[in-house]
Design a protein around this ligand. Structure first.
Ligand SMILES: Nc1ncnc2c1ncn2[C@@H]1O[C@H](COP(=O)(O)OP(=O)(O)O)[C@@H](O)[C@H]1O
Ligand SMILES: [Mg+2]
Length: 564
């Protein structure tokens, strides 16, 4: 649930700025003028079970006379309809402003309307003069919030509106609030259309097509449900386009069109630039060692199913995998998705903070929203510390942005209800905020250490077999002993190097090739001995060991690398 991200309940210093006071009268609002008693302008709207939750949140804010509400959404058409309905329910006039059309009456209660005012300052002045209770929607106003005069005017308007029954709604696809307005503006996230809204759309389209006899609609109830499921995460107009495309392709709408709708959704994910569909066929059988982690995963594998819900199991939230580089954290994340048969979405923390795409907080919101829309899904946050190190050194996201983004992420981890299984990985612990490690965020924190001898044996076996070689022809125990302190990645590299050597010699791979490749490798761990020891010490009390066998001491580096 995204609304929670912007709420003050986030708590702690890491929470987002308190730009959204809780609904209801509170000291943050300032006292209303004596001219206007704080009674609702209209009787409370009837609760409607079919209405999305943000609409009832909006109702509450309007009734409590919040002056400025910011709705983040791409979907103007859908919101035009919702706001029209809202204005009617509250008995208010509905006015709209855009830079092209100026201020004009759109609907709502029957009252005459002011016209004109394309200039944002003039428009705000006109809004202040409105005498009737109104909802005023400013569309794509965010570019004008770079102008100090406009910001000031909006702030003054917010104060003036507190003693009226008029509410101003900023409607934009991006969230952009100047600091001066943070305390005046309440942010509401508009969730993507629900399954129900999409089904209504599909029915409407099918009806139109049928009536016009323009195409064949061949959908059973289950087919329609599948199409709707595939369309979740699209806006209403994107979904409409996807369905229209499917009909145009062969004058039929049937369950065969599922892939067209899914393609459309892949597009949306790609365009967001923050998430990436990560097709993978890794399985847990390809991960050597880490028996405790595998057992844990095997126990949770079925927990997203309906029988598990009925049994009373909560849905697994996610895992944090900490540990030595090259020991299979990323590999495990991939293997989880394919062995649980869920799609894998990779979230790039670096891009969240890069500022290339949008504001960091808005980026995270969008990424989470898209991930939730394709749930059940595995959301892989690889090297979660990346964004943190970037912000510390470059200074590009100071001003508490990093803390706020992480706060929002933590709140979401704690409160999320959609079946999004988060697998976060980290190589370095010194950069991680301590809150991330607190209970309730992840189901478990596993420490993946360098593989012990028995595990190295298994990893060698896996990589020989993956390259079509019969592991039984190798003395794996001896090779594993020789590969002391090797990471999984280094073991794999040794097999690959041996293959190169054999190929260059024009011969089939044989044990001596692998032996030599191992002998010629200086494992990174020996040069990072102190770091690894510190990491182990730290992990001992705070994490669970992924491996069921104790790790060996890291040997000192050979003289040549210490002084060479
Ligand atoms: N435990 C393991 N079992 C099998 N292969 C491994 C293991 N650990 C690492 N590897 C190999 O090394 C590669 C890199 O490992 P990776 O998962 O990216 O490490 P990390 O994310 O921990 O830095 C993997 O793709 C895999 O081929
Ligand atoms: Mg990795």
């Amino acid at each position: 649930m995204l609304a929670g991200m912007a709420s003050p309940e986030n708590g702690g210093a890491a929470g987002p700025a308190p730009r959204t006071p809780a609904p209801g009268p509170g000291p943050a609002r300032g006292a209303p003028g004596p001219a206007a008693p704080r009674a609702p302008a209209a009787p409370p709207p009837l609760p409607d079970a079919s209405q999305p939750r943000f609409v009832s949140d909006l109702d509450v804010l309007i009734r409590a006379r919040y002056p400025l509400i910011y709705l983040v959404s791409w979907e103007e058409q859908r919101l035009d309809a919702i706001l029209d309905e809202t204005a009617r329910r509250h008995g208010k006039a509905l006015l709209g402003w855009s830079v092209t059309k100026g201020l004009r009456r759109l609907g709502g209660a029957r009252t005459p309307s002011p016209e004109g005012a394309r200039d944002p300052n003039e428009a705000l002045a006109a809004v202040e003069k409105l005498t009737e209770p109104s909802l005023v929607v400013l569309k794509d106003f965010h570019p004008f919030l770079n102008d100090p005069t406009v910001v000031r005017a909006l702030r003054e308007l917010a104060h003036a509106l507190k003693s009226t029954y008029t509410t101003v709604i900023l409607l934009s696809p991006v969230l952009q609030i100047p600091t001066e307005l943070e305390k005046e503006v309440t942010v509401l996230d508009v969730p993507m259309p629900s399954a129900r809204e999409l089904l209504d759309l599909l029915k409407e389209i099918a009806e139109v097509v049928r009536r016009g006899n323009r195409a064949v609609v061949d959908l059973r109830k289950e087919d329609a449900e599948q199409l709707v499921k595939a369309a979740q995460g699209l806006t209403l107009s994107e979904a409409e386009n996807a369905f229209a495309k499917a009909i145009a392709a062969d004058q039929r709408l049937s369950k065969d069109d599922l892939h067209l709708v899914l393609d459309e959704k892949r597009q949306v994910i790609r365009k967001s630039g923050l998430l990436e569909y990560y097709p993978t066929e890794e399985t847990l059988a390809n991960v050597g060692g880490v028996e405790n982690l595998k057992t844990w995963l095997a126990r949770r594998g079925g927990a997203f199913s309906e029988p598990a819900r009925r049994f009373g199991l909560p849905e697994p939230k996610g895992l944090l995998l900490l540990g030595v580089q090259g020991c299979g954290k990323s590999l495990t994340a991939k293997a989880i998705a394919s062995s649980w048969r869920m799609p894998l979405l990779r979230l790039d923390m670096g891009r969240i903070f890069s500022g290339l795409v949008g504001s960091s907080e808005e980026n995270l919101r969008r990424a989470i929203r898209v991930a939730e829309s394709v749930a059940p899904v595995v959301l892989w946050v690889d090297e979660i510390e990346k964004g943190l190190s970037g912000s510390g050194s470059s200074g590009q996201s100071d001003g508490g942005v990093t803390a706020r983004v992480f706060g929002a992420m933590l709140t979401w981890l704690q409160e999320k209800t959609a079946p999004v299984f988060v697998v976060a990985t980290a190589n370095r612990i010194d950069l991680l905020p301590p809150e991330l490690l607190r209970k309730g965020r992840f189901d478990e924190i596993f420490f993946i250490d360098l593989p012990a001898a028995a595990e190295r044996r298994e990893i060698l076996r896996i990589h020989l077999a993956r390259r079509g070689r019969d592991p039984s022809g190798y003395d794996l125990d001896a090779l594993a002993r020789a590969a002391e302190a090797f990471s999984g990645a280094e073991l794999e590299q040794a097999v690959v190097a041996a293959l190169y050597d054999a190929f260059a010699e024009g011969r089939e791979l044989a044990p001596p090739h692998v032996e030599r490749a191992i002998r010629e490798t200086v494992p990174l761990a020996t040069t990072m001995r102190e770091d690894i020891e510190r990491l182990r010490e730290w992990a001992r009390t705070r994490t669970r060991a992924a491996s069921s066998v104790p790790a060996e001491d890291v040997p000192r580096p050979p003289i040549a690398t210490r002084f060479g």
